[in-house]
Write a protein that binds this ligand. Sequence first.
Ligand SMILES: [Zn+2]
Length: 206
Amino acid sequence: MFKALLDLIFPPKCEVCRQPGRDALCPECCRQIKFLRPQLGVYSAAVYDGVVKEALHRFKFQGRQGLAEPLGVLLVQYLSQAPGLKMSEVEALVPVPLHRKRLRQRGYNQAELLARVIGRYYDKPVVTALERQRNTHAQFDLPRQERFTNLKEAFRVGDRAAVQNRKVMLVDDIYTTGSTVGECVRALKTAGARRIEILTLSRAVE
Ligand SMILES: [Zn+2]
């Protein structure tokens, strides 16, 4: 009832193109997404440009949490078609963490929200086992070489028991140079994770 009233005052629109409609991401925008093939054990669903770039920007920097659902569903669709991936073997989803300061500012971790949609669909626990030790600069602002040093030992596993001897899937919103996921994988391995799959919503293609 309340929702219906809200819809009347603020008719729902696509978050990207602003066309009126029930979906936070309309079918027309979804059609424009450029999907990627899985490569080298890294599952990145789509190219980071156009609709995906716009949607992620709103999702991360403009508080549009409603985008977690359509973007998460997009990931689920992608995973269900990824050859060679056995989701049944994945025991836990581990989102790449934000530094607690940034988490406080934003109020949510976008990677965690995406992981929750996937977790709900596949009935997998989302474990926030990783911690960001240093507040690193946004990767995009840095020259390529500095992106690597910027992240050195930026992550650690706070909750070892949550990942030890388990097959986990690391989840992030974007894969840039691979240094963020690389550092997370290293921390997860150190903590005893048995196998680590990598899933990101988007990938920056240079
Ligand atoms: Zn749209």
